[in-house]
Design a protein around this ligand. Structure first.
Ligand SMILES: Nc1ncnc2c1ncn2[C@@H]1O[C@H](COP(=O)(O)OP(=O)(O)OP(=O)(O)O)[C@@H](O)[C@H]1O
Length: 307
C-alpha cells in the first residue's frame, strides 16, 4: 500500500459551527508532517474524517489511495492515536493490546514487542484505570504501532508526556518516518515539533493556511539577520551599511545587520579591516516562524483578500 494520506476539499458542519471549510493537504511518506493550528481549527475533525469516524459533508479523505472504510485489516494499514483516554479502566494495558491484536489476527509476541518499543514494560500488566496521562499516551502509541502500519496518525501525542517522554517520542516519530512511513502528528505547541517535523500543515478555521517544509519556513522567518560583536561598532556599521545592509545597534559591543548572509558579513568586515570577535546568524525557532506565518495569515484575512 502506498504510504500517503490525502484529504481534498473536506467540508463539515456541526449545526451552525463550520468545523471544516475546504481542508486539503497531502501527507507524503518518509517524513513527519506536523498538523498545527489553534484550538478549533479542525485538526481532530480532519483526523476523524480520515478514519471514517465522521462523515464529511463534502470532499474526500484517502489513505494509501483508498477510503479508510474499504481497508481490510485496517490496523496493519493505518495506526492512529486519537483519544488516549478511551480505555477500559479494569483491563490491563497488555490485555487491551491483546484484545486489539486478536481482532486483527496478530499474536501476543507482537504485543510484547510494541510494549517494549513504547517503554511501558511492567506497567503494561497493571490496570489501565491507574495510568497517568503519559502512560495512556504510550499505550495508545503502542496500539497504533501494533499492525506495523505504513501510515500513522497521532492526535496530540505529546500531551501529558514529561520532558524525557517528549524526547523519546520525537526520536520514535523520526525513525518511523525514516523507515518510509507517512506520519501525521497534530500539536498545539510548535516547540514539540522542532527537530521532528519535516513538513508543516498549518490549519486555521477549517482550512489550510500554509503547507510548507519546516527548513523553508524557518529560513523565511530568519530574514538573514546577523549579530556582530565588535570593538569598532561605528566602523562596522559604516562598512555594512555601505554594502546595503540595514544596521542597528543592539548592545555596547554588538550590532545587528539585516540583508547580507553571515558569510558576506564576514567578508565585508575582513575586507574593510574591521575587527570582530563574533558573527552569529540568527535562526528563527519554529515557534517564531509559526507566529510570523499565522500573523500574516490573519492580516491577509483582515483585508478580505484571503476569503
Ligand atoms: N461532535 C461535535 N459537535 C459539535 N461541534 C464539534 C464537534 N466536533 C468538533 N466540533 C467543532 O468543530 C470545530 C473544529 O474542532 P476540532 O476539534 O476539529 O478542532 P481542533 O483543531 O482539533 O482543536 P483542538 O486543538 O482544540 O483539539 C470546533 O469549533 C469544535 O467545537
Amino acid at each position: 500500500m502506498e504510504a500517503t494520506i490525502e484529504v481534498t476539499g473536506l467540508r463539515k458542519r456541526f449545526g451552525r459551527t463550520v468545523a471544516l471549510d475546504g481542508m486539503t493537504f497531502r501527507v507524503p511518506p518518509g517524513r513527519v508532517t506536523g498538523f498545527v493550528g489553534p484550538n478549533g481549527a479542525g485538526k481532530s475533525t480532519t483526523m476523524r474524517v480520515i478514519l471514517g469516524l465522521d462523515a464529511p459533508d463534502e470532499g474526500r479523505a484517502l489513505v494509501g489511495g483508498v477510503p479508510y472504510r474499504s481497508l481490510e485489516e485496517p490496523l496493519t494499514r493505518v495506526g492512529a492515536l486519537l483519544d488516549a483516554g478511551a480505555l477500559q479502566p479494569s483491563r490491563t494495558g497488555r490485555d487491551h493490546l491483546l484484545w486489539l491484536a486478536h481482532s486483527q489476527g496478530l499474536g501476543a509476541a507482537r504485543v510484547d514487542e510494541v510494549i517494549g518499543l513504547v517503554g511501558l514494560g511492567g506497567t503494561a500488566r497493571r490496570r489501565a484505570g491507574g495510568y497517568s496521562l503519559g502512560m495512556r499516551q504510550r499505550l495508545g502509541i503502542a496500539a497504533a504501532l501494533l499492525g506495523d502500519p505504513p501510515v500513522l496518525m497521532l492526535d496530540e501525542p505529546f500531551n501529558g508526556l514529561d520532558p524525557d517522554g517528549i524526547v523519546w517520542i520525537r526520536g520514535l516519530l523520526r525513525s518511523l518516518a525514516a523507515e518510509g512511513r507517512a506520519v501525521l502528528v497534530s500539536s498545539h505547541l510548535m516547540s514539540e515539533l522542532e527537530g521532528t517535523a519535516g513538513q508543516l500543515v498549518v490549519a486555521g478555521r477549517g482550512r489550510v493556511v500554509a503547507d510548507m517544509g519546516v527548513a523553508e519556513l524557518i529560513e523565511a522567518a530568519s530574514h538573514d539577520r546577523v549579530t556582530i560583536r565588535t570593538t569598532a561598532r561605528s566602523r562596522a556599521m559604516e562598512t555594512l551599511a555601505g554594502a546595503g545592509a540595514t544596521v542597528a545597534v543592539t548592545g555596547g559591543d554588538t550590532v545587528t545587520a539585516s540583508g547580507p548572509p553571515a558569510e558576506r558579513v564576514v567578508e565585508l568586515l575582513t575586507g574593510g579591516g574591521v575587527p570582530f570577535s563574533e558573527v552569529t546568524a540568527h535562526r528563527a525557532t519554529l515557534e517564531e516562524a509559526y507566529m510570523e506565518l499565522t500573523r500574516d495569515a490573519v492580516e491577509f484575512r483582515a483585508d478580505g483578500a484571503g476569503r
